[in-house]
Ligand binder design. Structure first.
Ligand code: AHG
Ligand code: MN
Ligand code: MN
Ligand code: MN
Length: 336
């Protein structure tokens, strides 16, 4: 069987009904190349001196791991010169990164969580890179890009995807025509299409949530999980299984492959913070992927992709995955 590479796939998307712009195709190729480099560094681990923490904190108030910073640098360097971008933004940078004046500027904005699952780096558990592409507003062309230009709802994303550095290195991508999975052929160095049109089953018996926070959740989330835990004799009439990898990329990857519901809800310890996860770098790209695969994604009250962001590093409560379960948890919020 002839194997299709990422390049071939993207060219088909350019020529097909999606009419993917050539600049977006190039941009995705460059992001994928950067992910290959990050995956390579991840794979070296202690041998490459990439494990462990730095003494710095990021804008989120988290201690930065060496790989958080290295991955951010790899993505910036790879994407600066290509000519497709107007600016970039990242979980690890306080504000937007403008394209240096000596490089040509394009009309797209790239956002990323350079290394997702930081707490898993030093224990050799799957981690990843999440990315999202927006178009700069038309009126921003020709002037300097500001944070404001990034504050578009997730429904405006042109591309969303992630790379997963696990037993295999994979790239999961949507350009708005379904979700496609590529596996890195490590010998040849190319991304090979291995999953076409990924679909999330509407029903599931598996949930992913950090159960240690249960006592801090809002009543609708607690109700949903308590009902799952009640098993066959409870209101759901079936037994549920639990999985929590603590790398959103890996948890979402499992859900894309066999269904499930993922939640990182609001927490009473920090009542003014909507949630832990970041809207622009985590929730929006993952929500686009999940919706493109037939799943659903809300913050309990509204579709995440409809949220009008107010700040670049805005946080959000996340409930995503198998549609019927997400709808159920969302209905519990609406009843409350
Ligand atoms: P990051 O490493 O990019 O800061 O994100 C970590 C996130 C996400 O990947 C994961 O679902 C969650 O944090 C895990 O949180 P807990 O440690 O509370 O389980
Ligand atoms: Mn982080
Ligand atoms: Mn993350
Ligand atoms: Mn991160």
């Amino acid at each position: 069987m002839k194997r299709k590479t990422l390049t071939q796939f993207l060219i088909e998307q350019q020529r097909g009904a999606a009419a993917l712009p050539a600049e977006v195709r190039l941009l995705v190729e460059i992001v994928a190349r950067a992910c290959k480099a990050i995956g390579h560094a991840v794979g070296k681990g202690a041998l490459g001196g990439v494990l462990g923490s730095l003494e710095t904190e990021n804008i989120q108030g988290e201690v930065q791991k060496k790989l958080d910073v290295l991955s951010n640098e790899i993505l910036l360097e790879a994407n600066e010169w290509g000519g497709q971008l107007a600016a970039m933004a990242s979980e690890e940078m306080e504000t937007v990164h403008l394209i240096p004046t000596h490089y040509p500027k394009g009309e797209y904005l790239l956002l990323f969580d350079p290394l997702d699952g930081s707490s898993n780096i030093d224990v050799n558990v799957s981690i990843g890179t999440i990315f999202s592409v927006l178009r700069a507003p038309a009126e921003a062309r020709g002037r300097e890009i500001t944070e404001q230009d990034f504050l578009q709802p997730g429904s405006q994303q042109v591309v969303a995807g992630y790379a997963l550095y696990g037993p295999q290195t994979m790239l999961i991508l949507t350009v708005g025509t379904g979700v496609f999975g590529f596996t890195l052929d490590r010998e040849v160095g190319s991304w090979v299409l291995t999953q076409e049109n990924i679909r999330i089953p509407a029903d599931t018996k598996e949930f992913a949530i950090n159960m240690s926070n249960m006592r801090h959740w809002a009543p609708p989330v607690r109700r949903y999980i308590e009902e799952c835990l009640a098993g066959k004799t409870g209101p759901r009439g079936k037994d549920f299984n639990m999985r929590w990898i603590a790398s959103m990329v890996a948890d979402v990857h499992r859900i894309l492959n066999r269904g499930g519901i993922f939640m990182y809800p609001w927490d009473a310890r920090e009542p003014t913070k909507p949630g832990k996860l970041r809207l622009m770098y985590e929730a929006n790209p993952m929500s686009m992927l999940v919706e493109q695969a037939g799943g659903a994604s809300t913050n309990g009250l509204q579709r995440i992709l409809d949220i009008e962001p107010a700040a670049l590093h805005e946080r959000v409560s996340v409930i995503l995955g198998s549609k019927n379960e997400v709808d159920l948890v969302t209905s519990y919020h609406k009843d409350a």
